[in-house]
Design a protein around this ligand. Structure first.
Ligand SMILES: NC(=O)c1ccc[n+]([C@@H]2O[C@H](COP(=O)([O-])OP(=O)(O)OC[C@H]3O[C@@H](n4cnc5c(N)ncnc54)[C@H](OP(=O)(O)O)[C@@H]3O)[C@@H](O)[C@H]2O)c1
Length: 318
């Protein structure tokens, strides 16, 4: 049976109803890859908040085996193990088979499991983009040592961001709930703040450090909370931008403010995905798995993601 939420167009009422209505188990024809696509038989997929925020197009992060390739595909052949990011505009990654563009598919060595690989695309690429491209940290550790705050460091993006930042010889302060403090330390955070304490709410570093950059993976927090914690040229990379933060971004730009807020929107690239896979293979990046569900229990995985309290990644296995 193929479960393909692309074909679910049921208008939703309550949140609970959305969960149920978005998982019809339907038989659909096997998709044919277009010339630049690969058809993948899935072994695992991971969920992101993006899936339930966008709705209707569930499932972008997948790992599996190539079974057919389009005529212009050069990098892959049937039998190759891969990880891919299915287009968020088409979705359909919660099905036994899915098509993905060659340009955002990467090879997966036998050392990396399907679950761990499927965890990487959205969360890992977002963390990588924030750290290397937006903040400018060099992951070989050769750059100037920066002091970085990562909010919601126990989540999908945050737990990768800690590890990548540490590869770049960064001092990391992290926020998370009390239950995850030891985990977040074990991933490399130098200082951890419980977000439910007054210092957590104020994003204050326990050692009094100011931040050169903040990777903001939690939601909320006005500019007035970030501002006093930033160095003179400090930058907030906001991966959960709201209309208020977009306004702050514009204001900081037009007033030539040294402190900036930068909204981040993921621009996925297969070479970056390959880079992350290689880090996993070398043992330099690990995935914390919150939970695993079979495809038949996808709605439970979906509910867990909506709940907003995952530690690491939620996986669906096929
Ligand atoms: N802009 C982009 O391109 C892009 C890309 C990827 C993700 N995102 C967005 O980034 C956000 C994070 O994604 P994710 O996959 O990392 O989410 P996630 O895995 O669902 O995050 C859940 C974690 O966040 C923690 N948390 C929640 N509120 C917190 C707070 N105020 N302070 C500290 N920790 C908090 C939770 O801890 P407790 O359980 O202890 O509460 C939980 O461990 C989402 O809103 C997502 O939509 C944007």
């Amino acid at each position: 049976m193929l479960c393909d939420p692309r074909f679910c167009l049921t208008p939703c009422g309550t949140r609970r109803k959305k969960i149920v209505d978005h998982f019809p188990h339907v038989e659909v024809p096997l998709p044919t890859p277009s010339k630049d696509e690969v058809l993948i038989k899935l072994e695992a997929a991971s969920l992101n908040p993006f899936d339930w925020k966008i709705l209707h197009y569930v499932g972008t992060d997948i790992a599996g085996e190539v079974i057919e390739v389009g005529r212009s595909v050069r990098k892959f052949k049937p039998g190759d193990k891969v990880v891919a990011l299915v287009s968020p505009f088409s979705g359909g990654g919660l099905a036994e088979f899915a098509v993905a563009k060659e340009s955002i598919t990467a090879s997966r060595p036998s050392e990396t499991s399907a679950s761990e690989s499927a965890s990487l695309p959205v969360a890992g690429l977002t963390a990588l983009q924030a750290i290397t491209k937006t903040i400018g940290i060099k992951l070989d550790g050769s750059g100037e040592r920066k002091n970085v705050l990562i909010t919601a460091a126990s989540g999908g993006v945050g737990h990768y961001a800690i590890q990548l930042a540490k590869l770049g010889n960064t001092h990391v302060t992290a926020t998370c709930g009390a239950r995850n403090i030891e985990l977040v330390k074990s991933l490399g955070a130098d200082e951890v703040i419980d977000y439910k304490t007054p210092d957590g709410a104020a994003l204050k570093s326990p050692s009094g450090k100011k931040y050169d950059a903040v990777i903001h993976c939690a939601v909320g927090f006005p500019w007035s909370t970030f501002e006093p914690n930033l160095t003179l040229n400090g930058k907030v990379v906001d991966i959960t931008p709201s209309s208020a933060s977009m306004l702050t971004f514009a204001l900081k730009k037009i007033t030539f403010s040294k402190k900036q807020l930068v909204p981040l929107f993921l621009l996925p690239k297969s070479e970056d995905l390959q880079y992350l896979i290689d880090l996993v293979k070398e043992g330099k990046l690990k995935t914390v798995l919150d939970s695993k569900y079979p495809l038949t229990k996808a709605e439970d995985a979906w509910a867990k993601s909506i709940d907003g309290h995952a530690t690491g990644k939620i996986i669906i296995e096929f």
